[in-house]
Design a protein. Structure first.
Length: 158
């Protein structure tokens, strides 16, 4: 491994650690949820699962009809993509075993499923297939950025 590659990988690992801590705070650390008195745990969980693809995306696309501000809808949809671009770029940069597209995507999918389920069962959010779809789009964009960088700066990956 060249000196430039070693420095790049080390810097990427440090940035990924900071990104991971920020994401943990964003996804889990900024809210505490208590069940309403008339709702039990199972009802709460059941009400916060969406397994129908593109349902939430379609609802946000019709935001103004539903009384949701279009900027809130855009931030939610775009944020679900943008916030996971670093994951798609960092996995193959830091760990060589994730340099293959399908291995990177499979690992990201498992991680994202864990996040969605942890949010759901910890009462800190919901489980939405649309979030998973948008997050994976972000991971794909990040992986694409890694692929471009690898093609044009191969000495960083030797």
């Amino acid at each position: 491994m060249t000196d430039a590659a070693r420095r790049f990988r080390c810097t990427s690992a440090v940035l990924f650690a900071v990104y991971s801590l920020f994401m943990l705070w964003l996804l889990f650390g900024q809210r505490i949820v208590q069940l309403p008195q008339n709702e039990d745990y199972l009802q709460h969980i059941t009400a916060r699962i969406n397994l129908i693809p593109f349902r939430t995306i379609a609802e946000f696309a019709k935001a103004s009809e539903r009384g949701i501000s279009s900027s809130h809808a855009f931030i939610n949809l775009a944020g679900n993509v943008v916030m996971f671009i670093p994951l798609g770029a960092a996995l193959p940069v830091i760990w060589t075993r994730f340099r293959g597209f399908w291995r990177c995507m499979g690992t990201a999918l498992l991680l994202l499923l864990c996040i969605e389920l942890l949010q759901l069962f910890s009462l800190l959010g919901s489980a939405d297939i649309d979030d998973l779809i948008l997050n994976l789009i972000g991971v794909c964009i990040g992986y694409g950025a890694f692929s471009v960088l690898k093609r044009f700066s191969p000495r960083l990956f030797t």
